[in-house]
Design a protein around this ligand. Structure first.
Ligand code: NAD
Length: 432
């Protein structure tokens, strides 16, 4: 199939590349000329494991192209995916301006029957709106499909190639059949393609993220209670997660969730409900707990140093919102570091991939180190914010020698408290 993907970010680039990998002819479009230049040189502008190799191969074999000319790409393609960003607007609703802009351009570029697929995460009713916009700009027949994306940054290629399910929102059978054919190579292990109406598909994406964020805030709140009553969240967690109705996933206590999806999607869903005079009380609490949780490490640090943070030096490991990505959007590290700087601390930070992104946020207000241990020289404590796997088995003796005092604040519970005590660290983690 001839496919055009508009918006070549985390989602558009992965989707376009994976569709090319399964034999389709794909052209990825973006307004960012620099991004397109980098991609055409066979490099990728983001860090996503396994993606660059796939991009290079499909580029070389001519199945994957990158361009800024939307009009031409739409004319050449049968399936047009919209994968532009939908960031939070001022009132927390999803800002769909880019989606609307792109829809208008698609409408003007139409030259025959096409299927327009919305992959961006958009509020309920957006497919209908996009349909009206295109209808107003062309006399050609077309159909609009909602096909939300569930990939996780850091494992995006695998998630796209082997999805747990594919959601297709279509009010027309013809478009749904084309979409099922497109996705059939990705669900050969029997994973379902669930076809539904567009509104239900749009809401499904928000519902999934809301459920996952709820589990995180739930376990974080429980971890905080463990601290108060002297219980251990690791034990409580293994006790509850062995119940198959509960399971093990997304029950890791930590310094709060972040990223480009959970926070904004949760708030957008709350806002959608508010527009319909409906209150999402559970989700409001989930967000509130998460905001508090991002400050948890700062509270622990303040407590340990008896409020005397000014002039202290903190070695930070992990800046990205989660491991295996360079994405800094709504990362807990932003809140934690900003708080520490505000209290007069000095921050020396290391991240395996996110330093360049972090520089866009903190500039020269913090120091950056490529080697994790270099961030610890002369620091008063190590603070772990993101659980990159390279932090799991460090040389503790070396850490001890580098730090002014052996103090570790672990926002992801990656070390064993008993072992840390044996090694004579002052060790703080969440809920244990
Ligand atoms: P992103 O910011 O990484 O990429 C968006 C891209 O769209 C950018 O490259 C931008 O330059 C381009 N763009 C913006 N306006 C444009 C226009 N008018 N024409 C052409 N290109 C334009 O965003 P992302 O993380 O890929 O997310 C895209 C959508 O997918 C969002 O709605 C997001 O909520 C959703 N989503 C994201 C993830 C994720 O993990 N990142 C997962 C599932 C769904």
């Amino acid at each position: 199939m001839n496919i055009c993907i508009i918006g070549t970010g985390y989602v558009g680039l992965v989707a376009g590349t994976c569709f090319a990998e399964s034999g389709n002819d794909v052209i990825c479009i973006d307004i960012n000329e620099e991004k397109i230049r980098i991609l055409n040189s066979g490099k990728i502008p983001i860090y996503e494991p396994g993606l660059e190799e796939l991009v290079r191969r499909n580029l070389k074999e001519g199945r994957l192209r990158f361009n800024t000319n939307l009009d031409k790409a739409v004319k050449e393609s049968f399936l047009i995916f919209i994968a532009v960003g939908t960031p939070a607007d001022k009132d927390d609703s999803a800002d769909v301006k880019s989606v609307i802009k792109v829809a208008t351009k698609i409408g003007k570029a139409m030259n025959e029957y096409k299927i327009i697929v919305i992959k961006s995460t958009v509020p309920v009713g957006t497919a209908k709106k996009v349909c009206e916009i295109i209808r107003g700009a062309t006399t050609y027949e077309f159909e609009v499909v909602s096909n939300p994306e569930f990939l996780k940054e850091g494992a995006a290629v695998d998630d796209f190639m082997k999805p747990d399910r594919v959601i297709i929102g279509s009010n027309e059978q013809k478009a749904a059949a084309v979409m099922e054919e497109l996705y059939s190579p990705f669900v050969r292990t029997g994973k379902p393609i669930v076809v539904m109406d567009t509104k239900s598909a749009e809401l499904t994406k928000y519902a999934a993220n809301a459920m996952l964020a709820t589990r995180i805030s739930f376990i974080n709140e429980l971890a905080n209670l463990c601290e108060q009553v002297g219980a251990n969240i690791d034990l409580v967690k293994s006790g509850i997660s062995s119940d198959s109705r509960i399971g093990t996933q997304f029950l890791f206590p930590g310094a709060g969730y972040g990223g480009s999806c959970f926070p904004k999607d949760l708030r957008a869903l709350i806002q959608t409900a508010a527009e319909k005079k409906t209150e999402m009380r559970i989700l409001q609490a989930v967000e509130e707990v998460n905001q508090q949780q991002k400050l948890k490490l700062v509270d622990m640090i303040s407590h340990h140093f008896q409020g005397k943070i000014a002039g202290k030096v903190f070695g930070i490991w992990g800046l990205s919102f989660k491991p295996r990505t360079d994405d800094m959007r709504e990362a807990p590290s932003i809140v934690i570091i900003t708080e520490l700087l505000g209290k007069g601390a000095r921050v020396k930070a290391h991240d395996p991939e996110a330093i360049e992104e972090a520089k866009k946020i903190f500039g020269n207000r913090i120091e950056y180190y490529k080697i994790p241990y270099d961030a610890l020289a002369g620091a008063d404590a190590l603070v772990i914010i993101t659980e990159w796997s390279e932090f799991r088995r460090p040389n503790f003796e070396r850490i001890k020698k580098l730090l002014n005092q052996p103090v570790v604040f672990d926002g992801r519970n990656i070390y064993d408290p008993k072992r840390m005590k044996e090694m004579e660290f002052d060790y703080y983690s969440i809920g244990r």
